[in-house]
Design a protein around this ligand. Structure first.
Ligand SMILES: Cc1cc2nc3c(=O)[nH]c(=O)nc-3n(C[C@H](O)[C@H](O)[C@H](O)COP(=O)(O)OP(=O)(O)OC[C@H]3O[C@@H](n4cnc5c(N)ncnc54)[C@H](O)[C@@H]3O)c2cc1C
Length: 404
């Protein structure tokens, strides 16, 4: 039996290694790029956050988020760590639950997978972009230009559109579409969000711990604590990533209200300001030692206070405005950045066309799909790679089973 797999990313490599557990199977892994795991190598800022200890059942989205449950229950974070250990990768869990390779290098994850593909005699063909799939009586015929490869079972692991510079493409949606599988609308997720505020450029690179309340049409949409990062065009960081799949989608006015001192009440901040205002401190230094220096200065200016003014000249009205700016800084959100910058695609091939226990197509027997190409996307923090390992392994094991 020949099992063809399109895409040597996270889910495709997991599927190939699982399919190869059947000694009678010949596994052929096809990759359009020059090397395997290009996107995987860039994950987690080069550290690869390969799973999350909490990545069981919750943390997944899509039209049918429950589709992810079966594969993740069968092969969750604990099994993933054991599997990686068996492949030769030592992993560590941070107190937050995020799991990384002990080497702290995403390269190690790619290398360990690549070496095991060799060890399991998996046939790897790189620079092979499948542009057509034909159904044949014996299985499938895969075409790349003039070249053709036949297989009895086929796993589509082409990934999503996100991170296009790292290999994200429409390919998987199109190939599965030709075989009758429809896709949802696609949108970027786990991505920074642009803001209309022109002052943002002065904060580029600043990080701040805060409570972020997201408002849609003036009503609270979500509230969470965590780190915000300011970028040239907007805001980023885990707190923002979490809401990026929904923000500005479907219209409405979106706004982010940031509390830069969530551990202090307004009264406590007022006391601090009052203590500092007795001195001849320039206003631009008033928040020095409390907030990031640049953030303190920008917020003072945003409160309409001149940095050159002396702190002991601060009026009651200015003081109230400064407290409001530090404790409830409102930023209008315009749109998320595009697919190029997104870590994951929200949306994908509709999961009702697949069996969640096997990842096999309900329309085309012998066809399987796994990973990001399907309409499942996870939260920030290792959830998406966990989905790639779990669904890839599920597809590989079931494709590797001999037909009765
Ligand atoms: C910058 C960045 C950082 C991220 N960090 C994390 C993180 O730390 N933790 C986490 O959980 N998730 C992270 N993600 C998300 C995670 O990388 C993806 O969800 C995951 O890689 C999806 O796995 P996949 O196998 O479905 O797709 P991919 O890993 O994208 O693999 C798909 C492969 O298929 C190939 N391919 C596509 N079409 C064809 C074709 N027609 N013929 C042949 N080959 C084809 C592609 O070249 C690619 O190699 C990150 C994503 C990005 C972009």
């Amino acid at each position: 039996m020949v099992i063809g797999i399109i895409g040597a990313g996270a889910s495709g490599m997991a599927a190939a290694l699982a399919a190869a557990e059947n000694p009678n199977a010949t596994v052929i892994l096809l990759e359009r790029q020059a090397r395997v795991g290009r996107k995987l190598q860039a994950t987690g800022n080069g550290r690869c956050n390969l799973t999350n200890l909490q990545a069981e059942e919750r943390g997944y989205h899509g039209e049918q988020p429950e589709f992810a449950q079966s594969a993740i229950r069968a092969f969750g974070p604990a099994q993933t760590r054991d599997w990686f250990a068996s492949l030769g990768l030592y992993t560590v869990a941070e107190p937050s639950g995020k799991v990384y390779p002990y080497s702290d290098q995403a390269n190690s994850v790619v290398d360990v997978l690549r070496l095991n593909l060799v060890r399991e005699n998996i046939v790897l063909k790189t620079d092979f972009e499948v542009d057509k799939i034909q159904k044949t009586p014996a299985g499938f015929l895969l075409t790349c230009g003039e070249e053709q490869i036949a297989c009895n079972k086929l796993i589509v692991a082409c990934g999503g559109l996100a991170g296009s510079k790292l290999g994200g493409s429409m390919s998987g949606y199109k190939l599965l579409g030709k075989l009758g599988h429809r896709s949802t609308r696609l949108r970027p997720s786990l991505v920074q969000i642009k803001t209309a505020w022109s002052g943002i450029t002065a904060l580029k690179g600043v990080r701040a711990n805060c409570t972020a309340t997201i408002l849609k049409d003036g009503l609270v949409y979500s509230k969470s604590n965590g780190e915000i990062q300011f970028t040239e065009q907007g805001i980023s960081g885990p707190v923002i990533f979490e809401i990026s799949r929904d923000v500005c989608y479907g219209g409405g006015d979106w706004c982010c209200c940031l509390d830069f001192l969530p551990d202090w009440t307004e009264e406590q901040l007022k006391e601090q300001i009052a203590r500092r205002c007795t001195s001849t401190l320039p206003m631009e230094e008033l928040l020095t030692g409390i907030l990031h220096n640049r953030l303190g200065r920008v917020l003072t200016k945003a409160a309409g206070i001149s940095g050159k003014q002396w702190a002991n000249q601060l009026s009651d009205r200015e003081e109230a405005e400064l407290i409001k700016t530090v404790k409830a800084f409102e930023l209008e959100l315009t749109e998320p950045l595009g697919m190029d910058s997104a870590q994951v695609t929200a949306g994908g091939v509709l999961t009702d066309g697949f069996d969640p226990n096997t990842m096999e197509s309900r329309l085309v027997p012998g066809l399987y799909a796994c990973g990001e190409v399907l309409d499942i996307d996870g939260d920030c923090g290792g959830y998406n790679l966990q989905w790639a390992w779990s669904s890839g392994r599920c597809a590989g094991i079931h494709a590797g089973k001999e037909s009765q």
